[in-house]
Design a protein around this ligand. Structure first.
Ligand SMILES: [Cu+2]
Length: 144
């Protein structure tokens, strides 16, 4: 009888505990939801960094027509770079450009400019591009 009562009391206590744990388990979830609100403030903290003046990319001009001119260019290393290809009545295959090291290829319009963004390159890097058939080429050397 005493044992049975004790078991009953224990079971009851466990049930109460379980309910209490269940109820107590909920507020932390709300706390997390509240805690989830501040990140936008943290994101706005990151905005000033994003607003930092970006380094303007250096522009390397290359004319594409019956080959590339200049065939060799020198660019500053460790600087964002734009290769700007200009075509003017370009019907030959130099309008098709392949830059293997950048996994880049495109077809230039017969007339116009096409900008190819190049991430900063280490000093000593030589980027070589060719026409689609590999018969014309151009090289951009990056120097510190
Ligand atoms: Cu070609």
């Amino acid at each position: 009888m005493n044992k049975k009562a004790a078991i009953t009391v224990t079971a009851g206590a466990l049930a109460v505990l379980a309910v209490a744990v269940f109820l107590n388990a909920r507020p932390p979830v709300r706390a997390e939801q509240v805690a989830a609100v501040p990140p936008p403030a943290a994101a706005s903290k990151a905005t000033p960094e994003a607003n930092m003046t970006p380094i303007p990319p250096q522009v390397i001009e290359i004319t594409a027509k019956n080959g590339y001119s200049p065939m060799s260019s020198v660019a500053k290393a460790n600087t964002p770079t734009t290769l700007r290809f200009t075509t003017s009545g370009t019907f030959d295959c130099s309008s098709s450009i392949v830059i293997p090291d950048l996994h880049y290829h495109t077809r230039l319009p017969m007339n116009g400019t096409t900008e190819v963004p190049v991430p900063p390159q280490a000093a000593g890097t030589e980027l070589t591009g060719t026409c689609g058939m590999g018969m014309y080429s151009f090289t951009v050397k990056f120097a510190g």
